[in-house]
Design a protein around this ligand. Sequence first.
Ligand code: FAD
Length: 289
Amino acid sequence: MYPYPFDYVRPKTLEEALFLAQDDGMKFLAGGQSLLPLLNLHLAEIKGVIDLRHIAPSLKFFESEQEHIGLGSCLTHEEVLHSEFLAQRCPLFSQAAAFIGHPRIRRRGTLGGSIAHADPLAEWMLVMTLLDPQVILTSLKAVRPLSFHDYLLGPMMTALSPGELITAIELSLPKETTYGFAEMSRRQGDYALAAAGVSVQWDQNRILQANIAVSGVSDVPLVFPAIARNMSWEYPSRDLLEEIKQAIEASVDPPSDALADPSYLRHLAGILVERALCQAFDADLNAQR
Ligand SMILES: Cc1cc2nc3c(=O)[nH]c(=O)nc-3n(C[C@H](O)[C@H](O)[C@H](O)COP(=O)(O)OP(=O)(O)OC[C@H]3O[C@@H](n4cnc5c(N)ncnc54)[C@H](O)[C@@H]3O)c2cc1C
């Protein structure tokens, strides 16, 4: 199908793009991997697109100051996947990016586009839920940092106001922390049925603090602070993994889904958290060798 007709503009500067975005009917076009299918399928009708192509190079940055990092919103999934900087600072990003679609989608789709689109099964939604970064929203009038938990209002619903562009995400990375990410989809490259992301901060070889997030079991990714808190001051062990897996299974209540049975999704949630934790535990062991 062809999309309904729409205007097309390709501004040369960020200011020009933000000026054009003041018109309510205009939408930013980043990688086009979500917007263009919606337009082609007549699931969206818009006045026009503001192509970010000329602005994208200035929004493809990796910044670092001590434990703080900043990532430009126009980084593609592939640039994140292959970033040496992130492999060193927070490998969770490349672990998650590897599961996004296929190479052609990863080459075009962007971090900012995915966060703006806010599909609850998108890998970046899970990563952001786990890490809770600041999402930097920029308009002609202001720069508005918002914590991801305040930014995400619901499935495909965000606090992004008309005229605002996501320009970056910024986060603090605790020291001595390892990560894990596990996902199950029906076919390689499909959106996840469910996925889990974890971070584990260590004090020597004991767990100081853990975080756990799971997608696919609710209308948005969930975090499990009480279960994660129970891991503090424990040593990593088979028994601990089993305990956490059972606690996760007991605390999720997945909705009926056309693709998977709720009891299967509950089982998946436990297994995926266990796998992600195994990765985080292994990464700590490897770091000690
Ligand atoms: C076949 C297929 C399979 C896919 N599989 C997966 C998958 O497994 N996992 C996954 O996570 N995603 C998947 N995707 C989606 C893909 O990751 C998209 O790249 C992503 O969702 C949107 O990024 P984009 O840069 O293409 O955004 P676009 O499609 O250009 O834009 C999406 C929306 O975000 C807005 N927008 C874009 N950039 C910004 C910005 N910086 N600030 C504010 N608003 C902005 C646009 O106006 C639009 O409303 C798949 C897509 C396809 C076509």
